[in-house]
Design a protein around this ligand. Structure first.
Ligand code: FES
Length: 319
């Protein structure tokens, strides 16, 4: 999927649950927006109190609707300010710079599906479930949240198949036993999970005994204490640009590329959005991102140059 820079206009701001605002975006002239697939996200760029923010949000509307995009933004009062700005300041008629769509969480073909969503993690699931439901395949959704009033799009998922949805609002239903749920699935069930880190850690532990390519997890933030390690100096050659640099222990490949005039897309700079993915022509990457699957890491064909480093003394990248 190609990544583009767009100037879109906000055409709707609707509360869809406690602390969750849905933004609807469209082109100012009503022209069609780029195509996307379930699981895709976009980056919103904005400035608040002199600081620039880029935040990733999953597209939660219908891919068939090429005239508008929808994202849902959870207010995180203790966050870094991006969600508060959107909740307090975003208004119909505003112009927003958007990049994407990009899909790090694509829907694979499977005979049946288990979707596990926690809170705002329902957003990438909604178009996925709609597609699977339309295909007639078997699916289940386990939807967890703090309370029913904080769980967005409940009516939408129930309309897709009320008998396939298990709700677990912590204040009334208690916690779901995710470990048991995953253990009960067959080997051909594709499992998709998105939600808070506490939930995803349980999924990580439960997935050990399963084919890793069947369990798909999308994170909105880096895991603390994971994908870290000592950093050492190494060489990188950007083959297309004809530039070679030394990456010191305290700098990233992306920083050195920018400093050397090598053009590589980037957004989050935290290893979670996938926009800086770069093909590896030679050498062994030291993957430290949250995007690539185990199989993709082992293949070593691409890497996220904002955070990942090198196991070999030299990497040659297609940039
Ligand atoms: S810039 Fe987001 S993964 Fe590298």
């Amino acid at each position: 999927m190609s990544e583009r820079d767009l100037e879109l206009v906000v055409t709707g701001t609707d509360p869809v649950a406690k602390g969750i605002l849905r933004l609807t975006l469209a082109s100012r002239d009503g022209s069609e927006l780029p195509a996307w697939q379930p699981g895709a996200h976009i980056d919103l760029h904005f400035t608040s109190r002199g600081a620039e923010y880029v935040r990733q949000y999953s597209l939660c509307g219908s891919p068939a609707d090429r005239r508008q995009w929808q994202v849902a933004v959870l207010l995180v009062p203790e966050g870094r300010g991006g969600s508060a700005h959107i909740h307090e300041s975003c208004a119909v008629g505003d112009t927003v710079r958007v990049t994407g769509p990009r899909n790090n969480f694509p829907l694979e073909s499977a005979s049946e599906y288990l979707f596990i969503a926690g809170g705002i993690g329902i957003t990438p699931m909604l178009p996925m479930i709609a597609e699977v439901a339309a295909s007639g395949k078997n699916w289940r959704l386990v939807y967890c949240g703090r309370s029913v009033d904080s769980m967005a799009f409940l009516d939408d998922v129930l309309a897709l198949g009320a008998d396939r949805v298990s709700l677990h609002a912590r204040d009334t239903h208690g916690r779901a036993d995710l470990t048991a749920l995953i253990a009960q699935t067959g080997p051909d069930t594709a499992i998709y999970c998105c939600g808070p880190e506490s939930m995803l850690r349980t999924i990580d532990e439960s997935r050990q005994a399963r084919p890793s390519e069947r369990v798909h997890v999308e994170r909105f933030a880096r895991r603390e204490g994971e994908n870290e390690g000592t950093a050492t100096e190494f060489e990188v050659e950007f083959a297309r640009s004809g530039v070679a640099v030394t990456v010191p222990a305290d700098r990233s490949i992306l920083e050195m590329a920018e400093e050397s005039g090598v053009d590589i897309d980037s957004s989050c700079q935290e290893g979670i959005c996938g926009s800086c993915e770069t093909a590896v022509l030679s050498g062994t990457p030291d993957h430290r991102d949250e995007v690539l699957s185990e199989a993709e890491r082992e293949a070593g064909k691409t890497m996220m140059v904002c955070v990942s480093r090198s196991c070999s003394a030299r990497l040659i990248l297609d940039a």
